[in-house]
Every structure is written in C-alpha cells, then in structure tokens.
Design a protein around this ligand. Structure first.
Ligand SMILES: [Zn+2]
Ligand SMILES: [Zn+2]
Length: 342
C-alpha cells in the first residue's frame, strides 16, 4: 500500500475549456477561477501523469451541498462559500481503469460480482444464440417426439396362447491364471511375473509466473494510485506412476450349464458337475443363476408374439386361452403386465 505511486487526477474547466487541470493542485481553474467539478475528473494518459510526492491522504472529498465545490474531508467549512460541511456527501469515484483507458476488472472480485459479470457476458453473446438453441431444441423435440411416439406406439391386440418355454442357467467360474494390469498400488498381493513401466497417470497444475496489469484507482480527493493486479498463471505437468502387468490366479467366468423345456417338463435347475472344487487351478464353482419363463402367442393378425413373465403366471395360462394386451406396433413387444382375459 505504502509504496503505491500517487498521481494527480485531471479535470477540464467547464467554463473556459482549459484542459489537463490537476485534481489536487488546481481546486480552482487557474485561468478563470471556476471551482473544480469533481464529476469532470479523469485519469490522465500515462505520458501526462503528474506524480504527487508525500501526498497526505485524508479520504474522499466531500461535496458542498450549497455550491457543489469539492472539499477535503479534513475541512469543516466550504473553501468556496463557507457553508458548514457536516453531513456532506462524498464525491463519486471514477471506475478503476487500465493503462489503455479500459475499465479495470475488480481488484478483489466478490464471488457474487464475478458470477453476475459472467452471466452478463453470456447474455451478450446472446439473443441469436438463444434463438438458435431454441430452434435446435424444437427440431430435436419434434424428431425425438416422433421417433419416441413410433417406439412407444401401441395397439390393443387379441392374443391366443400358443406355447410355453422355460430356461434355467447356472454360470460356472473357473479358477485360472489370467494376465492383467493395474497401477502399482492396486496390484493384488498374489500377483506374479510383475513388470512395470512408467506411464503418465494424470496431470497437475503448477504455478508458472504471474500476469500483472497496472490499475488506476481513484482516491476521491483529486489523486489516484496505481495498483498491480496480478493473477497466477498455471501450466499442466504430467504425473507419472508405475503401470504393472502381471499374472494372477483368480475366479474367471467360464462355461454355463443350461436346462430348458416346455409346460410338460417341470422347470428344474441343470445338474452341475464341477471338475473339482476349491481355489485350485482348473477347479470350478457355481456363480450366478438366471431363469426365464416365456409365453408365446398368436396375434389376431396371425403374427407370432411372445413375452417373459413370472413362473407363477406362466403356468396358469393354458394353451388356446384368449387374451388381450397392448402390443408395440413397431417392436411387437407384448405388455404382459396388462394381460386381460377376452
Ligand atoms: Zn476555467
Ligand atoms: Zn460551498
């Protein structure tokens, strides 16, 4: 703070049009005597800057309510008209500027302010973007809606039960040696023939210098300071780790045993004969079981249709019995949850 250079703001006399008057030194126009108008203060160009050495800063000027002359906060009576200054309002501050005269970004952006400005920017890019987006959305809706309607388009169909089928399947796993690879920390304890190579696993952000801008900040008393606004730059750096390939003995999906039949054969699980049991290479164990109970129908238009149901329902619909249910026009899928007798 203490080392920031201080310069004179400038103002142009509104009465005699003298340019580049100094904010601190010229409280009155030296050419015509008009009082300084604080609303006419501006930041000078870099080549026009006038430095203030040991400038005592009291605070933002107060504006005389009677004659609008800016007064130091240290003053109690207006230097121009002697009116009391108690309760007088501060003069308005100019927005901070960059060296090229453009508006400076906030020095310490509040999270809310940052959000608002980015929203504004998004809005600017704007109306055309929103319109295009709306059009795309509309076309998308029509197309998807159309396709969706086709997919979900159903008709009520008469159905005659034509047959029954069931399957029951047991998945069998085999204890076997498999090749696998993992990051070193994740290699299983029983792995062997482990060989590792360094590989890029991720990246990390590393601070890489700063981008700095000089910002001119109005002090409100006819002077301004220059502050450095710096943001840290980052670069991505790879993070390496050992990627290891190895052999390991583990349970792997092998064959499956399957049984199938119709209404005449009571559903039963297939008899599974394991080569041998236990965590020994080449031995097997039973894994997942799955079962399906399928009803096949002849539709009222002669089409062959089918659906899967629970075993209890499957066995209670005799061949030749007549039902109705919604059927997908394109998919031919029968909604068997909605089967009602005809
Ligand atoms: Zn003047
Ligand atoms: Zn006054």
């Amino acid at each position: 703070m203490a080392n920031e250079p201080v310069y004179e703001m400038m103002w142009d006399c509104p009465r005699c049009d003298t340019k580049h008057l100094l904010g601190v030194t010229h409280r009155y126009c030296p050419a015509c005597g008009a009082p300084q108008d604080p609303t006419k203060r501006y930041f000078p160009k870099d080549e026009d800057k006038v430095a203030l050495v040991d400038h005592p800063y009291w605070g933002i000027d107060k504006k005389c309510a009677n004659c609008e002359t800016p007064n130091s906060v240290a003053a109690h009576f207006c230097v121009s008209c002697s009116s009391p200054l108690d309760g007088a309002a501060s003069v308005a501050l100019k927005d901070a500027e960059l060296a090229d005269g453009s508006k400076a970004p906030p020095l310490a952006p509040a999270p809310d302010a940052a959000k608002k400005s980015s929203k504004k920017a998004a809005k600017k890019g704007g109306m055309t973007g929103i319109l295009v987006g709306a059009m795309v959305l509309l076309v998308g809706l029509v197309v998807c809606g159309g396709v969706g309607a086709m997919l979900f388009w159903k008709r009520e169909a008469g159905l005659t039960v034509a047959g029954h089928a069931w399957t029951r399947e047991v998945t069998i796993e085999q204890y076997a040696t498999v090749k696998d690879d993992a990051w070193k920390a994740d290699v299983p304890a029983n792995a062997r023939s482990v060989s590792c190579v360094q590989k890029e696993r991720s990246t990390t952000k590393v601070a890489d210098g700063e981008d700095c801008q000089t910002v001119k900040v109005d002090q409100g008393d006819g002077s301004f300071t220059e502050k450095q606004k710096c943001t840290t730059k980052y670069r991505e750096e790879p993070v390496y780790d050992d990627r290891c390939s190895y052999l390991v003995d583990r349970w792997t999906k092998g064959r499956s045993a399957r049984a199938a039949g119709g209404l005449a054969e009571a559903p039963a699980w297939p008899v599974v004969t394991l080569t041998c049991a236990g965590s020994v290479l080449g031995c097997e164990r039973e894994s997942d079981r799955s079962e399906t109970y399928t009803l096949s129908f002849t539709g009222d238009d002669g089409a062959a249709l089918s659906c899967d149901v629970a075993q209890a329902k499957w066995s209670t619909l005799p061949v030749g019995s007549k039902w109705k249910a919604p059927v997908g026009v394109l998919s031919g899928a029968v909604d068997c949850d909605a089967l009602t007798p005809l």
